[in-house]
Design a protein around this ligand. Structure first.
Ligand code: NAG
Ligand code: NAG
Ligand code: NAG
Length: 174
């Protein structure tokens, strides 16, 4: 199975060329246990990395185990903005923050892809489906979102325990 190894801009370009290659998906991605911690945003003297972590589930593949994902970046760097291996516990799940969308813990986006075999779309090797989901996280001045709370004094935000946030699946690529 060949995985995508290019940035979201390339993907969107390719998708625009292949916009007729629609494939099967009806569910969304479910995100739970999300936390972002940005010590440097709370204290400019901090040298600690910013981290975003969450648990991923795909309503399209209900039998698959949840994946845990964790993104981290150092003070002075931009968040990871392309698909890199090792971010999620399941190597067929990728996550990054689209370039230019990070405005601090209370206003950012996560893009997630999930690649899996779906025999309803074709016979091997034409049964590989990749879904692209997006989650916008906003709080406070950026606009309140349910089930996402921030402690701005610590620059720490998290999803409310026992709640699920929906990352809308906007594209499929197969
Ligand atoms: C901090 O982020 C950098 C990438 O920007 C990474 O290489 C490094 O391992 C991270 N450090 C920790 C302690 O997570
Ligand atoms: C996220 O926010 C951007 C910018 O406001 C918007 O273009 C996009 O449609 C939003 N995506 C979702 C899934 O709500
Ligand atoms: C927030 O969580 C509650 C409880 O799980 C759920 O019923 C509600 O749909 C969630 N709201 C959003 C916008 O996801």
């Amino acid at each position: 199975m060949e995985l995508i190894r290019f940035g979201s801009a390339t993907v969107l370009f390719i998708l625009s060329l292949l916009s007729s290659s629609a494939s099967a998906f009806s569910g969304e991605f479910e995100i739970s246990g999300l936390e972002i911690d940005a010590p440097f945003q709370a204290d400019p003297k901090s040298t600690k990395n910013t981290t975003v972590s969450f648990v991923f589930n795909d309503q399209n593949t209900p039998k698959a185990s949840p994946a845990s994902c964790s993104l981290t970046w150092a003070v002075g760097l931009s968040p990871p903005s392309q698909s890199l291996p090792g971010v999620c516990s399941d190597r067929y799940v990728r996550a990054w923050l689209p370039s230019g969308t990070y405005n601090g813990v209370a206003d950012f986006q996560i893009e997630i892809t999930h690649t899996y075999e779906d025999n309803t779309i074709g016979d091997p090797p034409y049964n590989i489906n990749t879904l692209f989901g997006f989650l916008n996280l906003t709080s406070g001045d950026a606009g309140e979102m349910s089930n996402y709370t921030c402690d701005m004094a610590r620059a720490n935000c998290r999803s409310v325990p026992e709640t699920i946030m929906i990352a809308k699946v906007l594209y499929a690529f197969s």
